[in-house]
Design a binder for this molecule. Sequence first.
Ligand SMILES: C[S@@+](CC[C@H](N)C(=O)[O-])C[C@H]1O[C@@H](n2cnc3c(N)ncnc32)[C@H](O)[C@@H]1O
Length: 254
Amino acid sequence: MKSENKIQTQQLKDQNDDFCRFDAVVIPPTNTFENIDCMEMLRKCPPKYFDLAIVDPPYGLGKRTVKGGTEKNTQTKFIDDLHRTNWDDSPPPQEYFEQLFRTSKNQIIFGGNYFGLPKHRCFIVWDKLTFIPTMSRVEQAWTSFDSPARLITINSNNPNRIHPTEKPIELYRQILKEFAAAGDLILDTHVGSGSSIIACIEGGFNYYGCEIDKEYYEAAKKRIGRAFRRYELFENEAVVKLTALPIKRNGQNL
Ligand SMILES: C[S@@+](CC[C@H](N)C(=O)[O-])C[C@H]1O[C@@H](n2cnc3c(N)ncnc32)[C@H](O)[C@@H]1O
């Protein structure tokens, strides 16, 4: 058995001569969200294992990430959060991008303007409908697709958000609708609040996600659970219809 594994590892190495580090192969468990450093998983993952990576790594903006919001208390909480973990102080190392390209067939990378990625045709502009002069009105995502650039317009304001850079579930729904095919295995290496996972489960996509921070991980797990308890209530109704709506509980966005 051990020698079979060795042969498989050697074959995978032979197929991939352009990565910088390769550990013994471990297949990431499908439809799983783990509290780990994504590099641990990526280094062991077989080549081109994921159909599509939709990722939102730290941009390296530090505390600038949350300055300028409207809800004073929420912003204060999130600035404290960034002091607690400092996760946005630096962007991922070059090895992260090498492993991401090695392990996935296609990629959508938020903050693509910060990472020196190769020249590309299709990028996504997300118009957040934010009209506060100190906050960015739009965000850009780099994609590996050879198709026209897209504009997605979705209000980013969710007073109940659990993460300083939480993206709306609806943003992931639209991205999956446009760029993923039924049954695809989706990778999110930096899950944060869980929005990507909720959109994957709703849309019937397979997924794998990880989040390094224990507090964000636990909060995201709870949020995912809340979203799907609601779904059980509606199990006899058309899920397709539901997925077109924001998930709400007592009139509040989750
Ligand atoms: C920009 S946020 C992601 C926000 C997410 N898109 C959302 O909608 O909530 C980046 C997240 O990556 C996490 N992170 C940073 N380094 C990581 C690593 N090496 N592996 C896994 N997660 C990491 C941070 O804790 C943070 O929650």
